[in-house]
Design a protein around this ligand. Structure first.
Ligand code: AR6
Length: 173
């Protein structure tokens, strides 16, 4: 696996020029706050229209729409687990989100993908633990199916950036 494929940056996911950006949505897929709100705002009202036809999304699953006014051509909507202390399958569910997003992107022939830090905002998943799960899932997937050219983790604040950077450094050294 070429380790240079994985990048960690600080920034706004709505500005990323990649084939697909991932949305940390809720089960309704009808919008919300955080990164979900930012993506819907930047994509425009047609995104919500397409989302309405999807009839929601179970936690851990992923569904794809067009990106409309976004620089990204596609949006993959996934629903992370709400943190309830760690004994309610939260780790398993978060891993499943990353895996299903990667699987769906690979099926679509997508080459470049940007992830936010799923579940670590309104859903309160601890950032260090979430970063480890995210990096592990991406590396495991790439080792099995090296189909992507670039996978970017877009961190919105310094805490996420330092946790993702440290975790990646530790995994690939
Ligand atoms: N670009 C990149 N990351 C962002 C952006 C952005 N523009 N805005 C926020 N983040 P959250 P969750 C970061 O709360 O925890 C929504 O209301 C943020 O700093 O967006 O999965 C949905 O509708 C944090 O690190 O998602 C759901 O109801 C990360 O994105 C619920 O929140 C995730 O925070 C989902 O909660």
């Amino acid at each position: 696996m070429d380790k240079q494929i994985i990048k960690i940056i600080k920034g706004d996911i709505t500005e990323q020029k990649v084939d697909v950006i991932v949305n940390a949505a809720n089960n309704s897929l009808l919008g919300g706050g955080g990164v979900d709100g930012a993506i819907h705002k930047a994509a425009g009202p047609k995104l919500l229209e397409e989302c309405r036809a999807l009839n929601g999304c179970p936690t851990g699953e992923a569904k794809i729409t067009h990106g409309y006014d976004l620089p990204a051509k596609w949006v993959i909507h996934t629903v992370g687990p709400v943190w309830h202390g760690g004994n309610n399958d939260e780790d398993k569910m978060l891993a499943k989100c990353y895996r299903n997003c990667l699987k769906l992107a690979a099926e679509k022939g997508i080459k470049t993908i940007a992830f936010p830090s799923i579940s670590t905002g309104a859903y309160h998943f601890p950032i260090q633990r979430a970063a480890e799960i995210a990096i592990n899932e991406v590396i495991d997937f790439l080792e099995e199916k090296p189909v992507f050219e670039k996978i970017v983790f877009v961190c919105f604040n310094d805490e996420a950036y330092s946790n993702f950077s440290r975790t990646l450094d530790e995994r690939i050294k």
